[in-house]
Every structure is written in C-alpha cells, then in structure tokens.
Design a protein around this ligand. Structure first.
Ligand code: ADE
Length: 246
C-alpha cells in the first residue's frame, strides 16, 4: 500500500516512520510512504502556499493552485487513489474507516495548514475530509501519521502473528481488557489469580467481562453497535446493577 502525503513539511515524517512495526513494514516494502513537498508545485520566488482570506478575518488560507497541481500529479501515478484532506471539520476517523481505507492500494493524504484550505480544492479534488478528534492541531501532519499507523497495521504482513490486530480495542467493538505481565507482585499489587490459573475458558470469561466493564464505564455508546452474545448481555445487566448500587 502506498500513502502519498502532500505537505509543506516533508521532513516531518522522517523519524516517526522509521520506528516500530510501521518502520519495519516500510523497510520490508509492504507499505510505502511518499511525502510530497507542496512548495515544489509553487511558481513564485517566495514559494507561497497561503494567502489572506477573502472577506477578512484572522489567519491564512492555503491557496488552490499548488494543491491542485500536487494532487493532479499524484493522481496521474496513483490513478484511483482517494484524496483525503485532514481538517478538524472532517468526518471522525475510527477503526471502521481505517478498515475501509486499508482496502485501497494507494491513498493521497493532504495536510492542511493555517486556517484551512480554499474551498474550491475541497469541492473539486477532495473525496473525504477527515478529523482525528475534537481538538485543533496546527496542521494535518500528525493526523496523517495517525492514519498511516492505524491503516498500515491492518495491511496483511505488517503485524507479526503474535501482534495480531483481531483483538485490538475497537476491532471487537469493545475496549480491550487490562493486561498483566511479570512480576506477579508489583509494589503491593498482585496479578489477578484467574490469569495464573491456566484455565483458558475462565481466563477468556474474565477478559470478556473486563472488556464489557471498561466499555460500559468509559464508552457506553460503543455497546449499542457491538456484537454481544446472550451471556454478554447477562453480564452487562449484572454490571449495570452493580454500577447503580455503587
Ligand atoms: N487539522 C487540524 N486539526 C485537525 C484534526 N483534529 N484532525 C485532522 N486534521 C486536523
């Protein structure tokens, strides 16, 4: 899979993309990240990429010409690749969307800066505006890294078999259960007995219960869409009663 990233900070991506599973996948050629310097599509001496907004107001707006040229030049190579613009007003990025995006061979990620991007670029060239959360970043670059990581790890071969994504939080529709490793006692805290029991059925039940408990407490709205078994529903009713009492 190829991620083309249009940005005025192509070097921004150097170090993060050398690390961890994504770094390894890039080295092995399973994924490719192609940062494209927006300024190389400017024609003036100052390599301008922004200007003052029509109608007045604070901040600068990214001018359309270099963006149009940059997107068109990648489109020629990347044919059907969807164009994604990062913006705090975009659709909220989630695991389901990461899964959908992972089905494409190439993506064109456009990093906005300043107050935004000239609307005509969005109207003519952008397929999807994406936000990574309800906060404002100073540009789309951190959002591009988030998307490359979350989508990249779903590409076959990126994760090793012991790093599988199937149990990740959200992959199951629920938040993940807590994890423990050695030592058995840390300060004055012990690993839950059940995890030492060797009883795999009991362990799975405990993990499922913890998943439900943590999801109910932190993100109850996820339970509405999650795939719940009759025993999950029983457990949830029990947990809700306990919550009401406590
Ligand atoms: N650019 C600025 N804020 C952003 C956000 N929350 N998500 C994506 N791109 C952004």
């Amino acid at each position: 899979m190829i991620f083309h990233v249009i940005t005025i900070f192509p070097d921004y991506f150097d170090s993060p993309l050398k690390q961890g599973v994504i770094g390894r996948a890039i080295k092995e050629g399973i994924i490719e990240v192609n940062p494209i310097d927006l300024r190389s599509f400017t024609t003036d001496r100052h390599r301008t990429t922004d200007d003052r907004p029509y109608g007045g107001g604070a901040g600068m707006v990214m001018i359309p010409q270099p963006l149009a040229k940059a997107i068109s030049s990648v489109k020629r190579e990347g044919k059907d690749a969807p164009v994604i613009l990062f913006s705090p007003s975009g659709q909220l990025f989630d695991h389901q969307l990461a899964r959908e995006l992972s089905c494409h061979k190439e993506l064109i990620l456009v990093c906005g800066r300043y107050e935004g991007v000239d609307q005509r670029i969005i109207d003519r060239f952008v397929d999807l505006e994406l936000s990574i959360g309800d906060y404002v970043l100073s540009g789309g670059e951190p959002a591009a890294l988030v998307v490359i990581d979350a989508v990249g790890r779903l590409i076959p071969g990126v994760l090793g078999s012991d790093e599988s994504a199937v149990n990740d939080s959200f992959a199951t529709g629920l938040l993940e259960h807590p994890h423990y490793t050695r030592p058995r006692r840390f300060i004055d805290m012990d690993v839950p007995e059940v995890l030492l029991s060797g009883d795999h059925k009991k362990i799975e039940e405990w993990r499922r219960k913890k998943s439900l408990e943590i999801t109910l407490k932190r993100r109850p709205e996820l339970l509405e869409k999650a795939n719940l078994s009759p025993s999950d529903i029983r457990l949830l009713n029990q947990l809700k009663k306990e919550q009401d009492k406590g």
